[in-house]
Design a protein around this ligand. Structure first.
Ligand SMILES: *Cc1c(COP(=O)(O)O)cnc(C)c1O
Length: 407
């Protein structure tokens, strides 16, 4: 429960932030304008639209869909389609675009992991597809490097499979047995005791299917082609991160027999494990449109635009004595794009990065940025890749304002 005192405090804080901002903004129209001339559902439901000066985050609704995606959704919503046929055709086209045998649209990378693991367990066996995740003993096993264990591997356990942790290629080689159904590689893991190549060599020696989770690993666009070339059997990317498709969509692609088995474990079939994770017709068309748009984008130009954005914000805030901005390119593989790291002399600008973060979030408009560790220090990280063009200025102005208020 919030104490009365705290409530009063938060009430008195709000008008101050709003008042100052109101004076600085050129016009209120940017935020006051309804998104549709007819109906503003944000307003109607009292949901606050936020500016994402961070990275793609699920709690912030992933990313903003490209106009092509919205067009695909709108233009396909008016007719029925046979979902088997749609998955056939969309899958074939995506496979062609990604130079692999087969592909399918899933409800995100997590769903792709459930379906990929299920496929490795059941193949096309109808009885097993009915039973999963309650399969007779012994439990199927999935190999993972110990340092690759992460939150998302629960998607693997969802199928009833047991995760077997290994360290180093020799250990992996020993761990594979008659119950092993798959080996999962987390591409963005910080440490690996087994390289991609070693992982593939050992798995192939035992004819175990390999799955790589590269959910957040574009840009660079080349990563969409890299892992099938290396020899991974199944690959997943999120649709709702930098590909900018529907946040509830994702891609699973690779070996034809495994994609066929994954589809048998998925909607529109009535009762398999993947049924509660279905993706609708519009999102499937949308995912296709998003991938096409992503592949055709001028990535060099986009990268330059991101760099320009960090420089623009930097030049605005560095007019305050003691404040420094530095363009930082995350080495990846996940979120490998530029952002602006902001530091300041806290003797001169008396606010901590955490408090500044809160001020941005609680201001009007609400801006979500991040605080990251840089050695022993905390640094404010301002993301630019998810900002709408006009929001770059808004973020710069608001950041400068909060910093100035702390002098
Ligand atoms: C985001 C992410 C997922 C989950 O992807 P969804 O598309 O949100 O289901 C899985 N693995 C990794 C490494 C991710 O970054």
């Amino acid at each position: 429960m919030m104490k009365r005192r705290d409530i009063i405090k938060s009430f008195t804080l709000l008008p101050i932030a709003g008042g100052v901002l109101g004076g600085v903004l050129p016009s209120k129209s940017l935020f006051a304008a309804p998104r549709s001339p007819k109906r503003d559902l944000f307003k109607e439901l009292g949901v606050t639209p936020l500016i994402n000066a961070g990275v793609t985050m699920t709690f912030l609704s992933g990313s903003l869909m490209m106009p092509e995606v919205l067009e695909a959704i709108n233009s396909t919503a008016h007719d029925f389609a046979n979902m088997y046929e749609l998955q056939d055709k969309v899958g074939a086209k995506i496979a062609e675009m990604l130079h692999c045998e087969a592909a399918m649209v899933t409800s995100g990378a997590s769903c792709a992991m459930v379906l990929g693991t299920a496929a490795a367990i059941t193949g096309t066996d109808e009885e097993k597809i009915r039973q999963i995740p309650n399969l007779p003993e012994p439990r199927p096993e999935v190999i993972m490097q110990k340092s690759h264990r992460y939150l998302f591997d629960q998607a693997v356990s969802t199928t009833g499979a047991k995760i077997v942790e290994v360290e180093g290629p020799a250990d992996m080689d020993r761990a594979i047995n008659g119950n092993t159904v798959m080996a999962l590689f987390f591409n963005a893991a910080e440490k690996s005791s087994i390289t991609h190549e070693e992982f593939l060599t050992v798995a192939k020696r035992h004819q175990i299917p390999t799955f790589i989770d590269a959910a957040a690993d574009v840009p660079p666009v080349e990563n969409l082609f890299k892992f099938q070339k290396m020899g991974f059997d199944l690959i997943t990317f999120s649709g709702g991160k930098m590909i900018r498709g529907p946040q509830s969509a994702g891609l699973l692609f690779g070996r034809k027999d495994l994609i066929e088995a994954a589809r048998l474990n998925y909607s529109p079939n009535e009762a398999p494990i993947g049924r509660p994770m279905k993706v609708n017709k519009e999102e499937m068309f949308g995912m296709y449109a998003a991938l096409m748009s992503y592949l055709e984008r001028d990535h060099q130009k986009e990268w330059q635009d991101w760099l320009d954005r960090t420089k623009r914000i930097k030049s605005r805030i560095e007019t305050i004595s003691g404040v420094k901005g530095e363009t930082y390119i995350e080495p990846g593989p996940a979120n490998a794009f530029p952002s602006l790291h902001v530091t300041w002399d806290q003797e001169k600008v008396k606010i901590t990065p955490q408090d500044l973060l809160a001020a941005l979030r609680n201001g009007t408009p609400g801006i979500v940025a991040n605080v990251v560790d840089k050695g022993a220090d905390k640094v404010l990280s301002v993301g630019v890749v998810l900002l709408k063009p006009e929001q770059v200025e808004v973020v710069a102005r608001r950041l400068k304002e909060v910093l100035q208020q702390a002098i």
